[in-house]
Design a protein around this ligand. Structure first.
Ligand code: TRP
Length: 357
């Protein structure tokens, strides 16, 4: 199980970080069930005053999922806020972690800094790691395909699951994170070379960008500022074009577009030595990325023709997700002994206590 905050369209960072892997996992069919969801509740934790943004982006993210190849017959797509059991489990998990522990979560720390909350952190935002732990635990998730920024969330989830199981009984399951295989895919830099591709930094290539938009972005991409003339030796490290090539290109792309090089190592070697221009590398990257995005654009256009059907898919997925959610919550309430109305033992005990006087 995994998901995304519906705060905007998905970009290449989402694709290499997790989306690509999800489609592979889905098609390999190695898991009993697979859930992918739109984390609108989490998105609202720092967008409480702008629910319209989330409302509009639910369908954008759904279209990106479907365009990337997620198939509602193989994978349960749902909307977080429509599963009330998530809120319920969150409430109980909150009792099993300290404020200090949440404060130490490095992802939350950086996000608080990035958003300039200072001392005005919304409590809901502060608690979102617990809510995320509930997302994961409610489905008895074993594997979460996600980027490395989600690692602290997974650690926190495992701690909460252990704590729940120790305190009550073994109901919840400790999940593992499944990181992208290639190190360069774990955190894709922006087209400006900054650490991370992120909507708020305006350095994204979106999965739904047109071929022309993609080329404009790639053409002005950050490379090596010291590589002025083609003949100058260039740096490959920290050069966004090469980082993207690391993440996206395969040897067959060379056969197809740059047969004078056998593989990326040879291209890098030439760049380091000098004599290889940025434009040539950018054109190659553009071709590679376009081969990935073009089939998605076509699929997206098809799905865009029938928006009511997108909502049907989400409605059906949400109903399926709720079945699993309800069943786990029954076990959770039972483990916590708060299933009073089904607790014949409690009723009998108390009847005895008050009965024979
Ligand atoms: N935190 C994730 C993000 O920022 C979204 C998310 C919410 C998530 N709950 C999750 C991811 C559970 C994986 C599993 O995109």
């Amino acid at each position: 199980m995994t998901g995304d905050r519906p705060t905007g369209k998905l970009h290449l960072g989402h694709f290499v970080g997790s989306l690509q892997r999800r489609v592979l996992l889905q098609d390999a069919g190695g898991y009993e069930k697979m859930f992918v969801f739109m984390a609108d509740v989490q998105a609202l934790t720092d967008n409480a005053d702008n629910p319209e943004k989330i409302r509009q982006n639910i369908v954008e993210v759904a279209l990106d999922y479907l365009a990337a190849g997620l198939d509602p017959d193989k994978c349960i797509l749902f909307i977080q806020s429509q599963i009330p059991e998530l809120a319920e489990l969150t409430t109980y998990l909150m009792n099993l972690v300290s404020v200090a522990r949440v404060q130490r979560n490095p992802t939350v720390k950086t996000e608080i800094k990035m958003r300039n909350f200072e001392s005005n952190i919304p409590l809901g935002f502060f608690c979102y790691p617990v809510s995320q732990a509930a997302d994961i635990a409610l489905f008895k998730t074993t594997v979460v395909p996600a980027g490395e920024d989600q690692e602290p969330m997974l650690e926190q989830t495992r701690e909460l699951v252990r704590r729940f199981n120790q305190t009550y009984s073994e109901v919840l399951v400790e999940p593992e994170i499944l990181l992208p295989e290639k190190a360069t895919s774990r955190r894709l830099p922006g087209t400006d070379g900054k650490e991370k591709m992120s909507k708020s930094l305006g350095n994204c290539i979106y999965l739904s960008d047109t071929a022309e938009e993609v080329w404009q972005k790639i053409r002005s991409m950050y490379t090596d500022p010291g590589h002025l003339a083609v003949s100058d030796p260039g740096k490959v490290e920290g050069n966004a074009v090469f980082t993207y090539l690391d993440a996206f290109c395969t040897d067959s792309d060379f056969t197809r577009y740059l047969p004078e090089y056998g593989n990326l190592e040879e291209l890098k070697e030439h760049y380091r030595k000098g004599g290889l221009g940025d434009m040539k590398c950018k054109k190659f990257l553009n071709a590679v990325i376009n081969d990935i995005l073009e089939p998605m654009r076509l699929r997206r256009r098809e799905f865009e023709q029938d928006i009511p059907e997108i909502f049907n898919i989400l409605r059906k997925g949400t109903a399926k997700a709720r079945e699993t959610a309800a069943s786990t919550m029954c076990e959770v309430r039972h483990a916590m002994r708060i299933d009073y109305f089904d607790d014949s033992e409690l009723i009998r005990q108390l009847s005895e206590k008050y009965g024979d006087r």
